[in-house]
Design a protein around this ligand. Structure first.
Ligand code: NAP
Length: 278
């Protein structure tokens, strides 16, 4: 069965729209982009589209790639102090002369809609309700929507990035799953994938997971977004091979991607509520 991210996204946004009607003002979301990376342009456009659809006050600040760290930190400080800005996000990647950790941690954790500050990551590990990274949150929402139980399941995640693998491992653990977090130095990866009830592929290698790598009836979540030479997008899973062996599988595109953008909207609303309650 296909886990349909587009359908669930619509459901999430519909529920959110109802909540937004009860607010006394528009939600404010600011995206800071540094430089002109083509993939970042696409991702920021998707965020702008979603924000406009929901009636957010969306501000896209595009900065020159030569900007200094002090200038970026000063901008973030202004946004932190702006009552009408609920969410702040710095689109990655940023130029090498800037320290991404320093810049991300400058964002007020209550406005950190990407959930990437050390404070929010720490809270996630400690299972304290907070803003969490959008892709892991979207994966959980998708699994919950299809009533896929996580408690006691063996879950193998391939990829240990701060954006996907690490926060997802904490989230799954908080849901009482038994998690194996694999990476490029993992020996005998197939041992871990073929014993998993749920596999998350987040390594950025086209069609890496084959039918032979999974057990019959496994749930397969494909996070990868890879552009092939023919211009088409594909995931980290060989969808055609794996779909008949898996019980559930996410397509690329149309699986995890739409959920990620929906979770940004949800996090912006959550940031508003968290700030109001402090
Ligand atoms: P990343 O920062 O490049 O991390 C990749 C991870 O995969 C690393 O932990 C790396 O191991 C591991 N890895 C690489 N090759 C491997 C191999 N052969 N065997 C086992 N592990 C391997 O990637 P990311 O930012 O997490 O993104 C991963 C993919 O997801 C990309 O295709 C990206 O475009 C996509 N993505 C999609 C969404 C969405 O909304 N759908 C959101 C974010 C990312 P080491 O740590 O040892 O280097």
């Amino acid at each position: 069965m296909i886990l349909d991210g587009k359908k669930v996204r619509l459901e999430v946004l519909k529920n959110l729209k109802e909540k937004l009607l009860e607010l006394d003002r528009q939600l404010g979301l600011t995206v800071i982009q540094i430089g002109n990376d083509p993939a970042s342009n696409t991702y920021v456009n998707q965020k702008a589209k979603m924000a406009n659809e929901l009636g957010f006050n969306f501000n896209h600040i595009k900065l020159d790639s030569n900007i200094t760290e002090i200038e970026v930190l000063s901008l973030i400080d202004n946004l932190n102090n702006n009552e009408l800005v609920d969410g702040i996000l710095v689109q990655m990647p940023i130029p090498n002369h800037l320290n991404s950790k320093v810049i991300q941690n400058a964002i007020n954790p209550l406005k950190d809609v990407d959930g990437l500050t050390d404070i929010n990551m720490g809270k996630l590990v400690h299972n304290v309700d907070t803003l969490i990274p959008c892709t892991p949150e979207g994966i959980i929402e998708l699994l919950n929507y299809y009533n896929i139980n996580l408690s006691g399941k063996n879950i193998t995640i391939i990829g240990r990035s701060d954006l996907v693998g690490k926060p997802l491992a904490s989230l799954f653990t908080n849901y009482n799953a038994t998690v194996t977090l694999c990476h490029s130095k993992t020996n005998n990866l197939k041992h871990y994938t073929s014993n998993a009830d749920i596999i998350v592929a987040a390594l950025g290698k086209p069609k890496f997971i084959k039918a032979d790598d999974i057990k019959e009836g496994a749930v397969v979540i494909d996070v990868g977004i890879n552009r092939l030479e023919n211009g088409k997008l594909c995931g980290d899973v060989n969808f055609e091979e794996v779909k008949d062996k898996a019980s559930y599988i996410t397509p690329v595109p149309g699986g995890v991607g739409p959920m990620t953008v929906a979770m940004l909207a949800k996090n912006t609303y959550k940031a508003y509520i968290l700030k109001k309650n402090t």
